[in-house]
Design a protein around this ligand. Structure first.
Ligand code: 4H6
Length: 239
């Protein structure tokens, strides 16, 4: 999997060298190339923005250095080209899974008040948002996309972790986890987790998942996939 990121703030991506994703990058399963849009300006002041036509606050990124940078990095349009923007389609775990199947993803980060629409029309496949809130730029959203997709690359998660047993894989929120000590400041680990009865543990975890989902995200319950919790014999019939 290869990512290209285009930004006027490349320093945001230094974090990739020091994190768990840095390991996958070193192992060669994962390649992230950062490109500074400013390197594709043609004027001596290296200007990447200008005032908006029609008036209004702030500055808009000019189309040329952006489109030139995208064409230089992905000349044959082999990458899926994403633009991080609050008006994009909202990222969710399903989207992450499908992004993880791509060979190449290019992410354009907009700053200032956003970019000239013509750069989007000419060079972008899809606008994507990480949620309904506004940030100063698309860099943190790009890191969110890279991080969430990287978890599906072999070697990023440890062998005991997996993407199949966590929050959202059955459409419910995750049950609570406990580790040692058994008693911490008077709060005890639930008895059922100590006695090693796997049927009881599974039932307890499902109950807790349902409780927390009902409380925090009741909207998720209507689409939750609860097949795996039905008795084995009746799974097919009730589908
Ligand atoms: C495109 C257009 C993504 C990108 C406007 C980007 C939130 C998300 C940006 C802007 C982003 C998200 C510039 C508008 C600053 C507000 C960069 N914010 N903004 N939810 N900001 O994924 O002013």
């Amino acid at each position: 999997m290869k990512f290209d990121v285009l930004t006027v703030f490349p320093e945001y991506f230094d974090i990739l060298n020091t994190s768990i994703i840095g390991k996958a990058i070193k192992n060669g399963q994962f390649d992230v190339q950062i490109t500074n849009i400013r390197d594709f300006t043609k004027d001596k002041h290296k200007k990447t923005d200008d005032t908006p036509y029609g008036g209004g606050a702030g500055m808009v990124m000019t189309p040329d250095p952006i489109v030139s940078a995208i064409e230089a990095v992905d000349p044959n349009h082999e990458a899926l080209r994403l633009y991080m923007s609050p008006r994009g389609r909202t990222l969710n775990q399903k989207t992450v899974e499908s992004l993880a199947k791509e060979q190449r993803i290019l992410i354009l980060c907009g700053d200032y008040e956003g970019i000239d629409q013509r750069a989007i029309d000419l060079a972008i496949d899809e606008e994507m948002s990480i949620g309904d809130y506004v940030l100063t730029g698309g860099e943190l959203p790009a890191l969110v996309v890279i991080n969430s997709v990287a978890r599906y690359i072999d070697g990023v998660l440890g062998s005991s972790e997996s993407t199949s047993e966590e929050s959202f894989s059955n459409g419910l929120l995750e049950y609570p986890q406990y580790t040692r000590p058994e008693n911490y400041r008077g709060l005890k680990v639930p008895e059922v987790l100590l006695n090693g009865n796997h049927k009881d543990i599974e039932a307890w975890r499902l109950e807790k998942s349902l409780e927390i989902t009902q409380k925090n995200r009741p909207d998720l319950l209507k689409d939750a996939d609860l097949k795996e919790y039905l008795p084995k014999k009746s799974r097919k019939k009730r589908g």
